[in-house]
Design a binder for this molecule. Structure first.
Ligand code: ZN
Length: 180
């Protein structure tokens, strides 16, 4: 008998979904993974080095959920465009984190080259900054203010491309961990 705490932790774990063509696409929760597997829209995918399945017990059955599944149907690709530059999208791109100090509270939008100095409202000139950093930087460039950006700002990339990149980076780290 699994207590409900263990069960809910397990259900909050996630599964990586691959396209029919074996491209990592996104991360979904166990509930969605079960639905895809039960309805035959996905099958387990064994990447060869981590076959650890997550077991979910219902009163009558035990589901073994693999860590990776592959869609057996073609998914419909939704049209994706680079989002327009606005506060919500900037915060999302920067993961709600000040790009100068890492603070996650009292966030504002900073123009790297201030608009008063000709800076544009474009993806590579806007970053999330906390109030303190924004005030400290004031009407100056980061160099003039002696401040350093953690990451050079750029336009968001397609979410599937972003996920694929992150997936293989993490997977490489895991493999290296196994070899060492
Ligand atoms: Zn800050």
């Amino acid at each position: 008998m699994i207590n409900s705490a263990t069960k809910s932790t397990k259900l909050s774990q996630s599964v990586a979904v691959f396209s029919k063509n074996y491209l990592p696409m996104n991360q979904i929760n166990i509930r969605r993974a079960i639905i895809l597997l039960v309805t035959g829209k996905a099958e387990p995918l064994d990447l060869g080095d981590d076959t650890k399945a997550i077991s979910i017990h219902s009163p009558t059955m035990v589901f073994l959920i693999p860590q990776h599944i592959r869609l057996t149907v073609n998914h419909k690709e939704r049209t994706w465009r680079i989002p327009t530059v606005n506060r919500r999208e900037i915060l999302r791109r920067d993961k709600h984190t000040c790009q100068y100090c890492g603070n996650t509270k009292h966030l504002t939008i900073d123009h790297v080259i201030p608009t008063s100095k000709g800076g544009q409202q474009v993806w590579d000139n806007v970053v999330t900054a906390c109030e303190r950093c924004n005030n400290q930087k004031s009407d100056r460039s980061p160099q003039q203010a002696g401040m350093t950006l953690r990451i050079k700002p750029k336009a968001p990339i397609h979410p599937i491309v972003a996920f694929a990149g992150q997936f293989w980076r993490e997977h490489k780290i895991q493999r290296e961990g196994i070899n060492n």
